[in-house]
Design a protein around this ligand. Structure first.
Ligand code: SAM
Length: 302
């Protein structure tokens, strides 16, 4: 979201607003990335497309209206249709109809790149399947901004979106992804960062973790340390704003949950839970206590 304080100098805004007669755009769907904080992080092409599209659509119409206002782009009688996760099925036909008639449609989510943990996937797919051109307008992305400043290897990374919110699902999910030999990027609510860190500590307390907060905004902050250090950091308990977590690749063996379950089930078929946990822990090089805990859960599921 952008704020009034991000309002740019009036001069460039006047220059854009002066193009009241916008150049006609090629037909198609334009997926337009918008700022994740600083309003001036919008691209010139995004401004051209917002100025020239026949029809505008947005996750939140007020947010797009505000962004266009900041940059001096007039509506000129054009409508902004609402398109989000909860009305997609109802809203898509009107957008697809505009495309079928040869129109240009610009779509923006609230902030950053549409489709990246944001609506737009079905719209883009249906538009392409209906034969429309789909154009991506690259620009701000919280995931990539966090990766860039994390100081963690960027040659191979995996974007994981938001972790599950329930404890058991989150632990299973973390165990699975922490085993991947890649830098990991997670979105997380500031209220849940400490719980995710605690779960992370259960699996790999030494994992280098970066908390990137309020990127491109006034209170931008980057906190770096091992998972255990960050879990004990008083700043984490009172974290506010929008947060991306970036995790280093594993430095020691991390076994994903599927493999742990397979090995445990194999041993549990022929021995007691306790013995099976001891065997599995030895085979996989994992702490016996954690493996026993998982064995108890598996035993209880039978
Ligand atoms: N599509 C967006 C993008 O490309 O950046 C992401 C949308 S997702 C619904 C919103 C999440 O992105 C937030 O909960 C937060 O994890 C992350 N995020 C968005 N803006 C951010 C910012 N300025 N600083 C840190 N994280 C941000």
């Amino acid at each position: 979201m952008t704020s009034r304080s991000d309002r740019p100098d009036p001069e460039p805004a006047r220059r854009i607003a002066a193009h009241v007669e916008a150049a006609r755009l090629q037909a198609g769907l334009y997926l337009v990335a918008t700022p994740i904080g600083a309003a001036r992080d919008i691209t010139l092409r995004a401004l051209d497309v917002l100025n020239g599209a026949d029809l505008l659509a947005a996750e939140d119409t007020r947010v797009l209206r505000h962004l266009m206002d900041i940059h001096g782009i007039p509506l000129r009688g054009r409508r902004i249709l609402s398109y989000h996760d909860h009305n997609g099925d109802r809203a898509r036909p009107a957008l697809l109809a505009a495309l079928a008639e040869g129109g240009s449609v610009a779509y923006c989510s609230d902030a950053g790149t549409p489709l990246v943990a944001d609506p737009g996937y079905r719209l883009a797919l249906d538009a392409a399947e209906a034969g429309a051109r789909v154009h991506a307008l690259p620009g701000p992305s919280a995931a990539l901004a966090a990766l860039s400043l994390s100081g963690l290897p960027s040659d191979r990374f995996l974007f994981l979106g938001f972790p599950p919110s329930t404890a058991t699902a989150r632990q299973t999910w973390l165990r699975k992804w922490l085993a991947v030999d890649s830098t990991l990027i997670l979105f997380e609510s500031p209220r849940r960062v400490n719980r995710t860190l605690e779960d992370l500590c259960q699996i790999d307390p030494h994992r280098i973790t970066v908390i990137a907060r309020e990127l491109t905004k006034k209170f931008e902050e980057v906190i770096r340390g091992t998972a255990a250090e960050l879990a004990a950091d008083p700043r984490i308990a009172t974290l506010k704003g929008e947060v991306v977590m970036v995790l280093d690749r594993p430095s020691e063996v991390v076994v994903d949950d599927d493999r742990l379950r397979q090995v445990l089930e194999r041993h549990m078929a022929t021995m007691s839970i306790k013995d099976a946990a001891r065997e599995a822990a030895q085979e996989l090089g994992l702490p016996r206590r954690d493996v026993y805990q998982r064995a108890l859960e598996l035993g209880g599921q039978k």
